[in-house]
Structure formats: C-alpha cells, structure tokens
Design a protein around this ligand. Sequence first.
Ligand code: SF4
Length: 324
Amino acid sequence: MSEKPFRARQIYEWLWVKSAHTFEEMTNLSKALRDKLEDKFVINSIQLHQAQYSNDGTIKTVFKLHDGNIIEGVLIPTDDRATACVSSQVGCSLSCKFCATGYMKRMRNLDPGEIYDQVVEINAQGLKHLNRPLTNIVFMGMGEPLLNYKNVMEAIDKITSPEGLNMSPKRITVSTAGIAKMIKKLADDQVKFNLALSLHAANDEKRNEIMPINEQNNIPVLVEALNYFYEKTKGKITFEYILLAGVNDSLQDAKELVELCKRVPAKVNIIEYNPIDQADFLKTDVSEREQFIQYLERHKVTAVVRRSRGKDIDAACGQLANKF
Ligand code: SF4
C-alpha cells in the first residue's frame, strides 16, 4: 500500500499485542490509512457471546465467531493457578463416547487468531474477576488440536512470542486423543510445550469402545510415537485418565495402566467423570477411586487427582457442547 515499513509493525502490534478489534482503535495511524485498511481488510475477532459463572470460581465463556459458529473456553482458577482451557475446532470428529463435544459435528478448524483471541479474552477475565493474569493454558476444550496442527502451532508461536503474549511454553499443555503421526511431527518440530494423551483405558479392546480413534491409533502405535516424542524432546508425557464406573476403574485396569507406564515415561492425571446427557456412564465412587490410585502409587506411578471444576455450569472436562 506504499506505506513505510514501520506502519506494518504498528499494525502488527495493534493486532497481536493490543488485540484491537477495529482499525478505528489504531490511533497512531492516520485517519486516511485507517480508512484504507477498513476498505481492504476485515478483522475477524471473536465475540464474547455469553459467560456463565460457577460457584467454584470457574467461568465458561461462549464465543461467537465471525461466521456465526460458536465455541467455548473456560477459565479455571485454583489457589496457585489461573488456567485457560481453549478450543481448537468447532465441534469434533473423534466421537469419544464420554465427551459431549464428541456428539457434535466437526464444523471447521479454528484459525490461529481465533485460538489466540480465546487466550486474550480469558486472560482479561482473569484480570477482571481474579485480579491476576493467566498462569497456564491447556488445549483441552472443543476439538482435537493435532487435527488442526498448523493453526494450533501458529497460535502457540504467537502466545509464546515476545511480540505476542510472551508466555512460557512450559505453561502450555496440548492434549490429544492420540494421533500417532502428529505426535511424531511434534517431536520432529521440537516443541517446548507439554504433551498430554487422553488415555482413559490401557488396553485396546476397552479403548476402542470408548475412543473410536484407537482403532487406527492403537496403544502399541501410540507407545512408539510417545517414546519417539520423549527421545527427541525429553518431555515427559501426562496420561489423562477419566474413571468410569465399571468400565475402566478395576484393579486389573490399574495393573494395565502400571504396565503401560513402564513402557512410556509418564505420569497420570486421574479425572473425575462429569455426567453428560448424551451418555449413561457413571462416575467411580470415592473409595474405588482411592484403591485405584493407591495401586498406582504402590507401583511407583505418579498419579494426581484433578478435581473437576465448573460442573454446575457444564464447564468441566468433557462437558463442552454449546449448551447454554
Ligand atoms: S475428548 Fe477431545 S477428541 Fe474426544 S470427542 Fe471430546 S473434544 Fe473430541
């Protein structure tokens, strides 16, 4: 547009550091340039559509995208953290049986700006309601991040860049249902963020039943990919494990999980199941959960119980389904 190069830097800063939603806000540009930009470009920022506040402090936000699609993001405050759980796709194609998003159609991938904007908006909520900025980001909202690989990587680049939000990659976790080929790609790309695998069953027969993606990416194939990731990045894996009563919570299941942890350097996050309308799973009761965890600990597997937050507003793990 025959403008000086420093104008590009100014616009970049308005877009990625100051998160401007309109060209009008870019007050250090001349009015004529702002009008020219307005004529030639659009800023497809995400709009805060609705927010729900849980009595445990969790905030679930429904964001409206420029094409009318809707996604959800969650702010999860704990004593020492403020975590944003962000979406990577509109809906999801993987149909995990315990997950409300899995019952929706995958409409499209989010673009890097839409992923980045969720972080910016949730960070602003943290500052407004908790008086503190985000400490962590997890890609555990709607969608499978590794099926939107390029855009997720680009968003993380901006989130961690000094010319963006300047967050440490160590504070970011990407959680996958297990796409072996893309886990290897993460390793080849030498990513610095944390990787979590939604495991939920340590044998193929059970995993096939609750996570159909396991049929093409079974446990031996995932073990190979995760070890490749560990060798290349030295990043330990986290196995996410939702306890489902009578499905994956027996001592035999715990034993299989211990065996798996001997084959991959990993720790385990135990997650309480949150009921959804679409499925009739039940959550494991406390005494059985304790036995399961004690078995893991006796066999030297590090296991942490992740308490579910925001259940009263359908904001907890597996409950995101645009129900508002
Ligand atoms: S758990 Fe993740 S990958 Fe599985 S259906 Fe839900 S959003 Fe998709």
